[in-house]
Design a protein around this ligand. Structure first.
Ligand SMILES: Nc1ncnc2c1ncn2[C@@H]1O[C@H](COP(=O)(O)OP(=O)(O)OP(=O)(O)O)[C@@H](O)[C@H]1O
Length: 366
């Protein structure tokens, strides 16, 4: 059996500006029909990676292969227009003086007039804009223009689509629909997609695989569920949601906290660990005559806390607490409406199976 050939494979791409590494050894494989999201904070090197793949920027080292064929290393370089790569950016611009049909057909070089027209009609039909075929961009809404831009990018049947924050210019109501529609068309066309975003929600919604990028490197990669539930470090937890943090010192593979002891297998004595958990994994119990719930093996010990603030967020309520033990602030989210008075005493327990324990490395991890 032969191993499947990735549609796009980049190996150890590096790029520095003025001696500062901006992309520092990025490797990725994307199969046909697969959507990979490059997710990371502003300035981590996502767009630079995309520009190198598109061919508008040269890497200092590393290789790019499409369907197994080399398209770029440090000596050999297929020019951007011959890479069969489609591009969609946030500030996509349709040509204002061209009709919708001519915009979509702009990149179509091969085929007869009739064949080109058929492809334009097919794509406009797919994005549900065939009625505007002879219209002009200024007659369309932002969302409609975005769909024309998608049809234009898809017209030449690119093998790969590179998308850089393509939906961030759209208002929230339009965004979800266009995102889902775009995704299903790209899947139907079997295009490999590399989507750059700094929004975790967008990545979770779109991606088959997420590559989490920080400081020019991919720090973890996998299916959205795995990246969310098995984060590599504290910053990876915090990137997806609010996170609570308990810091404790390890003695005998155990870390002592106001919530009881946590296992820290393999962590040497005297090492500090961060115990990190999301606000939805803090359980709240009412005070019963100065007592909290009994300790259990799954939830450990309850810790006494005072409500500092409670806010209704729509689907859930966010309650902020101060722990009696050490004045640590913790956040809890509760479904629906739960708005206890500030100053109320409550007892908190953490879902131990949802906690992550990371040794404190001393390096930058937030
Ligand atoms: N041509 C350039 N010359 C010098 N520095 C550059 C150049 N292009 C990008 N940079 C720097 O490289 C770093 C990474 O930029 P890049 O645009 O790849 O980040 P990004 O992750 O896409 O960020 P954003 O989400 O804000 O677009 C930034 O610090 C940026 O200032």
């Amino acid at each position: 059996m032969t191993a499947a050939v990735p549609r796009l494979e980049i190996k150890d791409l590096k790029r520095s500006y003025n001696g500062r590494p901006v992309v520092d050894g990025v490797s990725l494989r994307i199969m046909p029909g697969q959507v990979t999201c490059l997710l990371g904070p502003s300035g981590c090197g996502k767009s630079t990676t995309l520009r190198m793949i598109a061919g508008v920027e040269m890497q200092d080292s590393g290789t790019i292969h499409v369907d197994g064929a080399l398209i770029c290393d440090t000596v050999f370089r297929v020019p951007p227009e011959r890479r069969e790569i489609g591009l969609m950016f946030q500030d996509f611009a349709l040509f204002p003086h061209l009709s919708v049909a001519d915009n979509v057909g702009f990149g179509l070089k091969k085929g007869t007039r009739a064949e080109k027209r058929a492809r334009i009609e097919e794509l406009l039909d797919r994005v549900d804009l065939k009625r505007f075929i002879d219209g002009y961009p200024h007659q369309l809404s932002g969302g409609e223009q975005q769909r024309v831009a998608l049809a234009r990018a898809l017209a030449p049947r690119p093998r790969i689509m590179l998308m850089d924050e393509p939906f961030s210019g759209l208002d929230n109501r339009l965004r979800d629909g266009i995102r889902d529609e775009t995704l299903s068309i790209l899947k139907e066309e079997d295009t490999a997609v590399l989507l750059v975003t700094h929004e975790p929600d967008e990545a979770m919604r779109m991606a088959d695989e997420i590559a989490l990028m920080r400081d020019g490197r991919i720090v973890m990669q996998g299916a959205p569920y795995n990246v969310y539930t098995r984060p590599v470090d504290r910053a990876a937890v915090a990137f997806f949601s609010d996170a609570n943090l308990l810091r404790a010192r390890v003695e005998g593979a155990l870390a002592d906290t106001p919530f009881g002891q946590f296992l820290a297998p393999g962590v040497p004595d005297g090492t500090d660990v961060d115990i990190v958990f999301r606000p939805q994994h803090l359980r709240i119990d009412f005070d019963r005559g100065g007592q909290g719930p009994r300790p259990t093996a799954t939830d450990g010990t309850a810790a006494r806390a005072v409500v500092e603030r409670a806010r209704f967020m729509g689907n859930e309520s966010l309650v902020e607490f101060v722990l009696d033990h050490d004045n640590l602030r913790l956040k809890a989210t509760v479904p629906n409406v739960f708005l206890p008075q500030p100053g109320s005493v409550m007892w908190l327990t953490v879902r131990r199976d949802k906690c992550f324990v990371f040794p404190v490395t001393g390096g930058r991890d937030a």
